[in-house]
Design a protein around this ligand. Sequence first.
Ligand code: PLP
Length: 400
Amino acid sequence: AFAPSQRIRAIGVSEILRITDHANALRRAGRPVIVLGAGEPDFETPEHIRAAATRAIARGETRYTVLDGSNEMKTAVRHKFQRDNALDYALDEISVSAGAKQVIFNALMASLEPGDEVILPAPYWTSYADIVRICGGVPVVLPCSEARGFRLDAGQLDAAITPRTRWVFLNSPSNPSGTAYSAAQLRPLTEVLLRHPQVWLLADDIYEHILYDGLAFATPAAVEPGLRERTLTVNGVSKAYAMTGWRIGYGAGPRDLIAAMAVVQSQSTSCPSSVSQAAAIEALTGSQALIGARRADFEARRDVVVEALNAIRGLHCRRPEGAFYTYASCAGVLGRSTRRGMRLQTDADFCRYLLEDFEVAVVPGSVFGLAPYFRISYATSMAQLQEACARISAACAALE
Ligand code: PLP
């Protein structure tokens, strides 16, 4: 019989996938389930981007490219960092992969020794912890309280750093909390890191363009140039341009790190898809007009969902600055019982109740390292969101 490796045995099957499977099974049984779990925009890749891919196919751009991205692709990334972030990277300080996820994987594979620690402020994107484990590292989870806007506190960071700390991850705007850091809010953290020269910083900026209320986006390497030599800034086209299926992400950092990441990539995927690179070049260099329109759509949905959740007794929800998620507390309904006699003890119980009895699929906070909360992805239509919030309200009202 097959036995998975030690490395893989430690990793559970993704809870989000499990919930999605459960929701799909209920759907197949004819139940009108609304799934608010998806981590991808609900609109199509813009036409001009798709057309660039078609042209690349017609030109015969169907072969291996440079292993961590064609020169044209890296040049587009270089210009993007100059234009949007006032960061200047040479082409050999840029790496392009099959999604931001592969960039992160390559970076950890290229840098972690067994037992090295990676600091993850919670709530965090679930994949971080599992990638750390697959690469032999140890996730060090730092809970960030809602009272502090789910932001990492500088003293808390300082206290968590040990001689084994290799990386600190920052993700702004955040999946799952939607919290963003301003430049002023990043500075106390970058000051701590300046004092610990063995620690590297991974800044996951994938939700950069989904930021509301006119806030200005800030990224650590630009806020504190003193950290540039040990920061990997990660970004990609998945969320900003609705290109999740094209699989293009990129990172910029010191050339020795980038070169080591290229070694990992050379023995896994060889290079990112040539056709997807052509599409991503168009995304990064073509018209950016759609970004503003989509942001306005998402912002309107955020407002509706936050208001609806805060009107429900037992729930409350911070108003997130960005991304397309809300992270609401369900502490106020725990301890109560459903009409079918189930006593809700955890956020996972609450989410199961919402799915089984009220046909709304959301993800429990325990998955993201901070309970008791639940994440709603509002990358779906306003009508679906309103219906889902009405069901969640009915579910809470029905508790005894
Ligand atoms: N980082 C965060 C915080 C995410 O939420 C996601 C996707 O869900 C990614 C990175 C990965 O994006 P991709 O691999 O599609 O570029």
